[in-house]
Design a protein around this ligand. Structure first.
Ligand code: HEC
Length: 155
C-alpha cells in the first residue's frame, strides 16, 4: 500500500502542475494570481450586468448564485497578489498601487462591502433594490480602476 505521503504528493502534483499553455504564467505567478482573481470577478459581474440590463432573461436563482459567488470571491486575500516586486511584467496594475497601498486597500474593502450587501439584497429578491445595489457595487470596481488600472498593458 502506498504511504499517505506518496498519495498526498501525487494529489498535490496533479492539482498544481500547470501545463505550458495554462493561465498561470510561471515567470510571473503573483501577477497571474491577481489577474485570476479579477478575471473571476469579471466573469461573474459581466453576466450579472447582462441580466440587470435585460440582455438575458431575469432569473432570481441564477442571479442570487452569481451574487453569492461574487461576494465569496471578493473575500479572497488578493492583497498577496500585490506583493513588493510584482509591479512589473504583463500587468495593467499601475505603480501607484504600491505607493498608495492604504488607499488601494480601502477601495478593495469598499468593493468587498458592497459585494457582500449585493448578495444579501439579491437573496431578498426585490428587483429594484437589487438593481440599485448592483450599480453601487459596480461603482466600487470603477473607483479602483479609474485610479489604479491601466487600459493597456504597461510593460
Ligand atoms: C481595489 C481595486 C480594484 C477593484 C475593487 C476591482 N478591480 Fe478590477 N482590476 C484592478 C487592477 C489593479 C487590475 C489589473 C491587474 C493586473 O493587470 O495585474 C484589474 C483588472 C481587472 C480585469 C482584467 C483581468 C485580466 O484579465 O487580467 C477585470 C475583468 C476586472 N478587473 C474586473 C473587475 C470587476 C468586475 C470589479 C468589480 C466587481 C473589479 N474589477 C474590482 C483593480 C480593481
Amino acid at each position: 500500500m502506498k504511504s499517505i505521503r506518496t498519495l498526498v504528493a501525487a494529489a498535490v502534483i496533479a492539482a498544481v502542475t500547470v501545463p505550458a499553455v495554462g493561465h498561470i504564467e510561471q515567470s510571473e505567478p503573483i501577477q497571474s494570481l491577481r489577474q485570476s482573481y479579477f478575471a473571476l470577478l469579471g466573469m461573474t459581474f459581466g453576466p450579472m450586468a447582462d441580466m440587470v440590463k435585460g440582455d438575458i432573461p431575469w432569473d432570481d436563482a441564477t442571479f442570487q448564485g452569481w451574487a453569492k459567488d461574487l461576494a465569496a470571491v471578493s473575500g479572497f486575500q488578493v492583497e498577496r497578489g500585490f506583493s513588493p516586486g510584482s509591479e512589473e511584467g504583463m500587468t495593467r496594475a499601475k505603480p501607484d498601487i504600491w505607493l498608495n497601498t492604504d488607499d488601494f486597500n480601502a477601495k478593495l474593502q469598499d468593493f468587498r462591502r458592497e459585494a457582500g450587501t449585493l448578495a444579501e439584497v439579491a437573496a431578498g429578491g426585490d428587483r429594484g433594490a437589487i438593481q440599485t445595489q448592483f450599480v453601487a457595487t459596480g461603482k466600487t470596481c470603477k473607483a479602483c480602476h479609474d485610479e489604479y488600472k491601466s487600459k493597456d498593458y504597461l510593460y
